[in-house]
Write a protein that binds this ligand. Structure first.
Ligand code: NAP
Ligand code: MG
Length: 398
């Protein structure tokens, strides 16, 4: 069989620990036998980040701006324990944070839905994709404990020195106060990423805030989304037959519960923090959750939502058998290959991505899976495979 040819490289960001082991197995068994894989390789493994003073992370993000599509392996975010373990020069920042800041992107997380791994919410039939705004609000808030009676005001001092004040509260006893902010520019980028991704995946977009109560703050989110929709995306949405739907956050929550899924739910920072954990745990497993960073210009970085699965890696190092689920990492590759195929007009690449995803899902639905899924599946007597065995079982079907 002749291998599928690529014209533009994918940005390949290698990572750490167990997912680095899976990364190589996936390339060896599922990709390279069929594709003349063209990638620009960046080693984001912690050792190499440390050697390059983290320059490699910045370079990989810049390459994503150049080539538009990246695929990333999970990476260690250093903490005190990692400083010793890897003898680090500095506690390097989270690569995901660095890449997100450079691409100014929004992260979309979606579960991979398979028969036999049933969501807790029984009417959810299709994935619900959560988009979380990643800037500001309570995450960049400033707070004060108010010790006793007194007046709290918001004061804005313009560059020319003129001041505008707004009374927060006249305290007659102790209390608490919080100030928070957001930036129109950040909300605009968030909105554009959401509309772009909805068009891209052909799904409706839902957005919700509490604008009836927060008439300036939340209302600004609502207005910015509406303005960008009307001026830049309305016609494209109508042509694609998809909908932009705005409602109040409490109404959205009630509708999500009763829906069958199949849409993108854009959330403000705090709502996204809370709701993404609810949605992902209700769908079953972190190992079945994909993640893609989409920039407002339409650059894409695909990855698994889980981490480097450190506990399994230490077993692996001791020579023990592991049963680590590679599905989300496989789907990171298929997402990136499909997008590359779309951008370059290589339909064979898109078809290959479809086939690899189908082979993966068919393998699980036939009862062959890793241990994490075997523990939660409704399929009777599943066959539990080890990390490599599972990838080989997919290769056989592929
Ligand atoms: P983790 O790697 O997501 O793993 C936590 C636990 O979840 C595992 O011990 C395992 O449970 C289960 N699990 C996660 N993925 C699995 C898979 N593919 N197959 C089977 N089980 C899976 O989180 P962590 O152990 O807290 O973090 C490890 C490292 O990952 C940290 O250094 C962190 O900084 C990094 N991290 C990176 C990213 C990223 O790059 N996007 C995201 C999160 C964390 P059992 O042990 O019970 O089997
Ligand atoms: Mg959280």
């Amino acid at each position: 069989m002749e291998k599928i040819k690529m014209t533009t490289p994918l940005v390949e960001m290698d990572g750490d620990e167990m997912t680095r082991i899976l990364w190589k197995m996936i390339k060896d068994n599922l990709l390279e036998p069929y594709i003349d894989l063209k990638t620009e390789y960046y080693d984001l493994g912690l050792e190499h980040r440390n050697e390059t003073n983290d320059q490699v992370t910045v370079d990989s993000a810049m390459a994503t701006k150049k080539y538009k599509v990246a695929v990333k392996c999970a990476t260690i975010t250093p903490n005190a324990a990692r400083m010793d373990e890897y003898d680090l020069k500095e506690m390097w920042k989270s690569p995901n944070g660095t890449i997100r800041a450079i691409l100014d992107g929004t992260v979309f997380r979606a579960p991979i839905v398979v028969k036999g791994i049933d969501p807790c919410v029984k009417n959810w039939k299709k994935p619900i994709t959560i988009a979380r705004h990643a800037y500001g609000d309570v995450y960049k808030g400033s707070e004060m404990k108010i010790p006793g009676a007194g007046k709290v005001e918001l004061v804005y001092t313009a560059e020319d020195g003129t001041q505008t004040k707004e009374l927060v509260h006249e305290f007659d006893g102790p209390g608490i106060v919080q100030g928070m902010h957001n930036l129109n520019k950040s909300i605009e980028s968030f909105a554009r990423s959401c509309f772009t991704y909805a068009l891209d995946t052909h799904q409706d977009l839902w957005f919700a805030t509490k604008d009836t109560i927060s008439k300036k703050y939340d209302h600004t989110f609502k207005d910015i989304f509406q303005e960008i929709y009307d001026t830049e995306f309305k016609e494209k949405f109508e042509a694609a037959g998809i909908e932009y739907f705005y409602t109040l956050i409490d109404d959205a929550v009630a509708r999500v519960m009763k829906s069958e899924g199949g849409y993108i739910w854009a959330c403000k920072n705090y709502d996204g923090d809370v709701m993404s954990d609810m949605v992902s745990s209700a769908f079953g497993s972190l190992a079945m959750m994909t993640s893609v960073l989409v920039s407002p210009e339409g650059y894409y970085e695909y990855e698994a939502a889980h981490g480097t699965v450190q506990r399994h890696y230490y077993k692996h190092l001791k020579g023990e058998e592991t049963s680590t689920n590679s599905v989300a990492t496989i789907f990171a590759w298929t997402g990136a290959l499909r997008k590359r195929g779309e951008l370059d007009g290589i339909s064979e690449l898109c078809e290959f991505a479809d086939r690899l995803e189908k082979a993966t899902i068919d393998t699980i639905e036939a009862g062959e899976m890793t241990k994490d899924l075997a523990l939660i599946t409704t399929i009777e007597n599943p066959t539990v495979l080890n990390s490599e065995g599972f990838i080989k079982a997919i290769a056989k079907r592929l």
